[in-house]
Design a protein around this ligand. Sequence first.
Ligand SMILES: [Zn+2]
Length: 295
Amino acid sequence: MNLNKLYTKLSENLFVLHEKMFPLYLITGKENFLIDTSISALQENIYKKIKSLLSGRSLDHILLTHSHYDHTGALPFLQEKFNVSISGSKRTIELLQKEDVRVFIADMNTRFNNVLGISEKIEFPELKKLHILKEGDRIDIDENRYFEVITSPGHTKCSLSFLLMPDKILFPGDAAGVLEKNNKIKPLFLSDYSSYVISLKKLIKIEAEMLCPPHNKYIIGKEKVRDHLMQALESTIDLKDKIIRSLESGAGIEDVSESILEKEFPLPVVEGPKKAFNINLNSMVRAVDKLTKPS
Ligand SMILES: [Zn+2]
């Protein structure tokens, strides 16, 4: 195995593990951290890479940006291997403690396996060592470096972002959308449009030096990060306007979702079960539909 190709050193103590669709970030220090875990199908690969990178040291903590199946799928396996602690927002932790949520995460990961031609059925057993994080929490890495916890809802209600300080490296989770293969940024305001916009503006204000999203590629340089996040904001407003126009023309939620999926995002960077795409698009149309109705 040529390990040089398997990960890249992004800064002194930050590595990106190259996984198709799901770059994963490993931060080393007195204690070692992984941000999110991607899908079950990749867990063996991820485990091997982390082991080789840490050469004998253990992975201590996993920080979750949110509870979605493609960020949590490899959690049980990695916890079994490394006995890691798992931290996320209160809502993320509560969701992971629910049996029906774990069944859903397992089912979506089994479906993803099928997409990849793997027949294995995924189980998602109960997790341990779960910790709740909240806005402003500081997680020490070593003497000088720490993560700052930032709530960034809108993609989901449970979304967090992490800022690695003092380097100002931002891990936004899905709060800034996903850069697609045609270089369009796909907005992902699945739970709430207004919160999503507020979160994006909050992330822009940080003026991060590097952006490390959980899909596609990382972005280095303050200007580039800013440009990317501004584009994410523009495409968010743009998509909202398109959805409003379609809804006003009398189209139903299902039809609007279908046409957006086909017209706007024909080249997804993250593959996966069709069910996941449908749920996502439907949620965004519903989020906009809510805006147009008096509460
Ligand atoms: Zn997500």
